[in-house]
Design a protein around this ligand. Sequence first.
Ligand code: NI
Length: 169
Amino acid sequence: MLTSIEVFLLEWQSEFEITKKLFEEITNASLTQKIAPHHFTLSQLAWHITVSVHEILTAKQLEFESPGEESECPQQATIILDAYKKVNSDMIHAMRSQWKDKNLDDVMNVYGLDWSNHQTLRMLINHQIHHRGQLTVLMRQAGLFVPGTYGPSREQWAQMGMNSPAFID
Ligand code: NI
């Protein structure tokens, strides 16, 4: 349970750091990597992670600057990384200045569902984790270095001079 804004931000900040580490490894050449036709490319996935922070929370009437339209996906990795870092700091500032802990109980109809802000913030975290998992697969397919998320990746086990378990991200 996200019992306060600072409890949410503590969890969010550690998730942000994981996502940022992945975004830092993305190259321009890898941006067109895709899973299948009609599905996100690597750039569209990273951009979706970025713009959805704004889209989900402005639907809950938290006001901060939009990183851009989902349909206008930048074709430069550093632009996406910078936009992700900026939307994160803008969101944190907006939340600390516009919401009080009691606002977490506010219920609003978003996407046809009556959700409290508690539920929306949990969904925001889960949504990012979901798409970040997809991103690591595309990064692997593109031959990029993949930093670990909740534990060392294969490359990081190797850097420590250890054999990784047979099945590991
Ligand atoms: Ni999504």
